[in-house]
Write a protein of this length. Structure first.
Length: 185
């Protein structure tokens, strides 16, 4: 199935590019009422098609593998944003550092980030995997395509997993450039 192959490809790519480590992060894709998401306990750089869980938009498990503990976050985004077909939730280091040092939003440093991301708000810290995290993140995200979660990571969305993935890379580049410019002052 195309969704499983895409999740494997971009999960491995996220690890290769330093956007997540170990068990951290998860990607998902929506097709109709179904959401394909990384299984709980799966490691991004070792992902296989068998480690993709399938759930419905109301959270019912369809596949034999359990979804990531962050499934609530993904479902809340899909419910709140019907235009979204893919979600990338990753733990890149500069994004986490920026979310720990800033309060409102990550400054846009490059024209490319301005064009493709607009603004990057920062959601306050909430415990991982909780309904509170999902609600807070979706509220902060609004109609933006990227949000940092304080001390946790980032979430980006798109019409495809490819789009959500490259927006995540762009957020991390923005966080890195911001951080580097701050350390030179």
């Amino acid at each position: 199935m195309i969704e499983r192959m895409a999740l494997v490809k971009y999960s491995r790519l996220a690890h290769e590019r330093g956007l997540t480590a170990a068990f951290g992060g998860n990607l998902s894709m929506r097709r109709g009422n179904l959401v394909f998401i990384k299984a709980t306990g799966a490691v991004m750089d070792e992902m296989t098609a068998g480690q993709v869980a399938v759930i419905t938009l109301d959270g019912r498990q369809v596949s034999g593998v359990r979804p990531s503990s962050e499934y609530r976050l993904h479902l809340a985004i899909y419910r709140g944003r019907p235009d979204v077909r893919a979600v990338a939730h990753l733990h890149p280091p500069y994004s986490i550092a920026a979310s720990s040092l800033l309060e409102d939003e990550l400054p846009i440093v490059t024209p490319e980030a301005g064009i493709y991301l607009g603004r990057i708000p920062i959601a306050p810290f909430m415990p991982a995997g909780t309904e509170e995290l999902a609600e807070t993140t979706v509220a902060e995200m609004g109609d933006c395509d990227a949000v940092l979660m304080a001390r946790h990571g980032l979430v980006t969305v798109g019409r495809s997993l490819r789009e959500a993935f490259y927006k995540a890379e762009l957020v991390e580049e923005s966080a890195k450039l911001w951080y580097m410019s701050m350390t030179r002052r």
